[in-house]
Ligand binder design. Structure first.
Ligand SMILES: [Ca+2]
Length: 425
């Protein structure tokens, strides 16, 4: 017992010692904060305020960083979704092209007028969703009538079940964002890559000359370029031919090496001697400038097969008329420029209405009634009534993310089309 009492006394003594120490620490802190001089208290307050400010700014920085990272992740997710919506628009367009090639073009002689499905069918997810939604509502009404006691067909029941929300299967349009696309045929234009083939160079030169022939385009060839060089129509066409043909000889009366056009420039380069991959490459060719591209760029392509007279614009049709007319025809004179263009516009206005044009013969016959004698065999070497190459410009949008895809499909061999160009922006 004595031992225990002794230990208890020691613990009690130790406890009082801790109490004394704690009291001393609190007293020091109290004195530091409340009893020290006013200057010392000011320093302490400053330290506390500074610490609070630093902690607050660090917390806000962390919160801002987290928000940015969250936004970035959200934008990346939306961009991926937008890309795949744009891809959906491309596939939607390919289905349209497939139907055009396998159904419409096959039976076009039985049709009352030419049908270009890619111009008629809108490729837009909002419109498609509205269309499918109306079909679905109609189906629901059919189902309700069926449940009222009338006989229900087996397929109606299945469709109703599939459309039911209880199945968990989404209807078309039940996704975030939208897509749309524009399809344009490349066969309504003149293909500058024709110039790579010896067998087509003569036609290409003449066709390009006829496109640029009108006197209203003279201004393009009357001023020197930034290097002080003049380029007339023939020289510009010869430069395009030399850019893509495999040899190094300069076309035209001057002769020599074709790269003499570019070797004396401040930043010299050589002709490509290969087909154009994009139309923008034309800017590399002697004489081609922004004004030239602004006027003729939309009538030129690097992908089309032959000029489709059913889709070409009026100035291209006018070029084709000059190409098919005899060289000594009065309509070849500069004073007849407006008359030829007027006839071309008249044809363009009529071709998709009551006028039946299913062949180049119909095309030639139409202008025969206008007094033109066109060489059908010559026109047939560069033109036709079919389109096989299509450029699709598709857009996918989700939130603030927007993805644009440009694709070119060649459906001349495969109905669904072969992909020949793909660009994602
Ligand atoms: Ca060449």
């Amino acid at each position: 017992m004595t031992l225990f009492r002794h230990r208890a006394n020691r613990i009690a003594l130790h406890g009082r010692s801790i109490e004394r120490n704690l009291s001393s620490a609190f007293l020091s802190l109290y004195r530091f904060v409340f009893v020290r001089s006013r200057a010392q208290r000011g320093v302490a307050l400053l330290l506390v305020v500074t610490t609070i400010v630093m902690l607050t700014s660090a917390t806000m920085e962390f919160a801002y960083g987290s928000k940015v990272e969250l936004d970035l992740a959200g934008n990346a997710r939306d961009r991926v979704r937008a890309e795949f919506l744009a891809r959906s628009a491309i596939e939607f367009s390919r289905v349209i092209i497939h139907i055009q090639k396998t159904v419409i073009d096959r039976f076009k002689k039985q049709l009352p007028f030419p049908i270009q499905l890619w111009k008629i069918v809108p490729i837009d997810s909002d419109l498609a969703a509205a269309y499918f939604s109306s079909i679905s509502r109609g189906q629901d009404r059919e189902d309700q009538r069926g449940q009222g006691g009338q006989e229900i067909k087996e397929e109606d029941t299945e469709a109703g079940q599939l459309d039911s929300l209880s199945t968990g299967i989404k209807r078309f349009g039940d996704f975030k964002g939208r897509f749309f696309a524009n399809v344009e045929d490349e066969d309504g234009k003149i293909n500058v890559n024709m110039a790579q083939f010896k067998t087509q160079q003569k036609q290409f030169r003449e066709l390009m000359l006829m496109l640029m022939a009108p006197a209203k385009y003279n201004f393009l060839f009357e001023h020197p370029d930034k290097d002080g060089n003049f380029t007339d129509r023939e020289e510009l066409i010869a430069s395009i031919v030399d850019w893509v043909d495999p040899d190094d000889e300069r076309s035209g009366p001057e002769g020599g090496h074709e790269d003499s056009r570019y070797s004396t420039l401040d930043d010299p380069y050589a002709s490509k001697n290969a087909p154009f991959d994009t139309l923008q490459e034309l800017h590399m060719v002697r004489g081609v400038n922004d004004e030239f591209m602004h006027i003729f760029g939309k009538r030129l392509t690097v992908w089309g097969k032959t000029i489709n007279v059913l889709t070409a614009d009026a100035p291209t049709i006018a070029a084709l008329l000059r190409f098919g007319l005899p060289h000594d025809d009065p309509l070849q004179s500069p004073s007849a420029d407006s008359k030829v263009l007027e006839l071309a516009y008249e044809f363009v206005a009529l071709r998709n209405q009551e006028l039946l044009v299913n062949s180049l013969k119909d095309f030639v016959d139409f202008f025969k009634t206008e007094g033109l004698t066109l060489n059908q065999a010559k026109i047939a070497r560069v033109a036709g009534v079919d389109s096989s190459v299509f450029k699709i410009k598709a857009v996918g949008e989700v939130g603030r993310a927007r993805v644009r895809i440009t694709a070119v499909i060649d459906a001349s061999q495969v109905p669904g089309g072969r992909l020949v160009y793909w660009r994602l922006d």
